[in-house]
Design a protein around this ligand. Structure first.
Ligand SMILES: [Zn+2]
Length: 681
């Protein structure tokens, strides 16, 4: 996946990888459907309900209060535009999705029979999975779900709730038809094998090839994103054509609403570039002209001055087996003021860190420049980005626009924050050595992890000089270069996390934050991360390798002085840090060593380090970690509930405040969306 960063094993733990309902259609009414609202709080509970293989999470819109009312209106209008297009993704994913969703929701709303039975529990689980995937196919595997209840049971629910569902849609819930939304099995016709509604059901690959051979000019060096905003259809006489998503075209009723809100957003734009981009997006939706989409992307790529940004449109093409048609999505973003502040402080002091690093003087940069990156907080997601969400996005997708006009890469800070809590307290309580460690993690873990990430990027990757005449790490350290580079950047962060300089700079209140990060790093590198590794496997992924190198090297070097103790208790292993100051010095020694390897391009030493500490896992501990974490039953996939934004108006109809509250639960959010934004039902 090129432009969308998904939360996976590979990046768990190094999350900010730059090295990589509202209540009503009437915006003036305050939440009516949600009887209970959960306010934004300090002790925020990120982890919500679990169903199927899904763990739902919540996020907060950090920084919303820092915005002016005009900016809050902009966020609100963009958010409304986003959810107004929600039904489009349902129809794009599969032609019966909207009618199935409508029937399931009618049952949820109207059925008054026995809700204590296993059948009802199975029905609700199925419904939640459908909500989660924006349709009846799994959001990740693309396979159609198999319900655990019978045809007869669903038929009885439909009857008792006076709900209609056409026979073909009813049957498809249970039969083997349309079993895969996107099939990449090239032994079969990709289009006939895929249930996606980007193509009329009888369109074949041959129809596709023939049509596009006549439409695409291959000599065009600045092509539009052909097919991005249309469904390919075939008439009875065999003529193939596109039905374009636009005002007056396919999905008119939803797009008219999206446009209405985008025009309001344009009226409160923060600056000219942002306003111009929104204007072009509106024109594109009105005309369906892909040249306008290109123009929009050019202006959007360069509109970087405001505090608010957004992704809106038919963007990513993973849902199309031919990689052409865009799934509708919306992400509204607010600059992460806290992360930006942290990065600025670090960048302003980057030379101090370089001068005081544990690396050899010859390897220090005389004029080091910090590496900064863009972190935003999500204010609302819809379509392809919701409830399953990326953690980072890099757009636009058009290669020539990226080359000529640039691109924007962002890390979604508050989503990453929620993900980092997805293991819940279970993992912490299972693997922490004692209550003190648990308490420290709860008090300081979140800041510790954010600081680690910022230091890793801003001062870590920026640090160090390669000796004159030595090639780039890719040339000298070859396949070990990224593992060693990530280890080096982690070590810069770890080394300074136990330095009072961070307290002096106001980045943390005390060294307890540094201790929390040391605890977490050792716990993860020595044990917890193996949860994601298959039995019998070696470590392959660069970040996992690097974390084990750092943790196990430090453990070994500190054995004599009992810096980190391996504790066996009731058949379980724990690692307890006894001396944080000595551990800092050990991290410093390893940093010096890895910097030397990089500066000198010492391939053999790099290889020895990676193979000595980063490839093979302790099989007994690995087995133990799998057993201990399986009991915790943490689902493999996560999704997000969206906070609810509501406009409060005065008697003249002017917006006076935008309120932010948490939805009651997943069910109420989904029912509320369908009720208030069901423009294609
Ligand atoms: Zn990195």
């Amino acid at each position: 996946m090129k432009h969308k960063l998904i939360y996976t094993t590979a990046i768990a733990g190094l999350l900010l990888a730059s090295c990589g309902e509202t209540a009503s259609t009437d915006e003036s009414v305050v939440a009516t459907d949600s009887t209970t609202v959960v306010e934004q709080t300090e002790n925020f509970n990120y982890v919500d309900e679990t169903f199927g293989d899904i763990q739902m999470l919540r996020y907060q819109i950090n920084g919303f209060d820092n915005l002016s009312l005009k900016q809050q209106k902009l966020v609100y209008y963009l958010y409304e535009a986003g959810v107004s297009g929600r039904d489009m993704i349902w129809d794009q994913n599969y032609r019966h999705n909207l009618s199935i969703r409508t029937a399931l929701e009618s049952i949820v709303n109207k059925y008054n029979g026995d809700k204590t039975s296993q059948d009802w529990a199975d029905f609700m689980e199925y419904t939640k999975r459908v909500w989660f995937s924006n349709g009846i196919h799994h959001h990740y595997s693309m396979e159609k779900f198999k319900p655990s209840f019978s045809k007869d049971y669903l038929a009885s629910l439909l009857k008792e709730s006076n709900t209609e569902l056409i026979t073909e849609a009813f049957d498809v819930i249970f039969n083997d038809k349309d079993s895969k939304r996107v099939s990449l099995d090239e032994s079969k016709d990709l289009l006939l094998g895929s249930a996606t509604n980007f193509y009329q059901a009888d369109i074949t690959e041959a129809d596709f090839e023939k049509y596009y051979a006549s439409v695409i000019d291959k000599s065009d060096s600045r092509p539009v994103e052909h097919g991005l905003n249309s469904k390919l259809v075939k008439a009875e006489d065999g003529t193939v054509s596109e039905m374009v998503y636009k005002v007056g075209g396919l999905y008119n009723n939803a797009i008219v609403e999206v446009v209405k809100w985008l025009e309001l957003a344009q009226g409160v734009a923060e600056n000219d570039e942002q306003g111009k981009a929104l204007g072009l997006l509106v024109e594109y939706y009105k005309t369906g002209d892909l040249k306008k989409w290109s123009e929009f992307n050019i202006v959007w790529s360069q509109a970087t001055k405001g505090d608010i940004d957004y992704i809106q449109g038919f963007v990513e093409v993973y849902g199309d087996p031919m990689g052409m048609r865009g799934s509708y999505e919306s992400i509204v973003q607010i600059k992460d003021f806290e992360a930006s502040g942290r990065m600025k402080t670090l960048a302003d002091n980057v030379q101090w860190f370089e001068d005081n690093s544990s690396i050899m003087d010859a390897h220090k940069k005389p004029n080091v420049v910090g590496v900064t990156y863009n972190v935003v907080n999500v204010a609302g997601e819809a379509g392809d980005s919701s409830p399953s969400t990326p953690i980072g996005v890099n757009l636009p997708n058009s290669d020539w626009i990226r080359t000529v006009h640039g691109s924007k890469a962002v890390s979604l800070g508050n989503i990453v924050e929620a993900y980092s809590q997805s293991g819940g307290e279970g993992m912490l309580e299972e693997f922490a050595h004692d209550q003190e460690e648990i308490d420290r993690a709860k008090a300081h873990g979140e800041l510790a992890s954010k600081l680690h990430t910022a230091m890793h990027e801003v001062i870590g990757h920026a640090s160090g000089l390669i000796n004159e005449g030595v090639g780039t790490p890719k040339e000298t350290l070859k396949n070990f270069s990224s593992t060693l580079e990530e280890a080096r950047a982690d070590l810069v962060a770890l080394y300074f996390l136990m330095d009072t300089k961070l307290v002096d700079l106001g980045l943390m209140e005390s060294l307890e934050v540094g201790k929390a990060e040391y605890d977490s790093y050792i716990r993860n590198g020595m044990m917890a991360q193996m949860r994601r590794l298959e039995p019998g496997a070696n470590l392959e992924e660069a970040h996992m390798r690097n974390r084990q190198i750092v943790a196990s090297w430090a453990f070994e070097k500190g054995t004599k002085e009992n810096v980190i103790e391996k504790v066996e208790r009731d058949g379980k292993t724990y690692f307890e840090i006894h001396d944080y100051v000595k551990l800092k010095a050990i991290f410093g020694d390893l940093l010096m060593l890895i910097q030397r390897i990089k500066s000198e391009g010492d391939y053999e030493a790099g290889k020895a380090l990676v193979y000595g500490y980063g490839v093979y896992v302790d099989k007994a501990i690995h087995a133990q970690v799998i057993t201990r974490s399986e009991v915790l039953n943490i689902p493999p996939y996560n999704g997000m509930l969206n906070p609810i934004l509501t406009a409060v108006k005065d008697e003249e109809g002017n917006i006076t405040t935008i309120t932010v509250v948490q939805p009651e639960n997943f069910e109420s959010q989904m029912l509320g969306y369908s009720k208030n934004y069901g423009f294609l039902k």
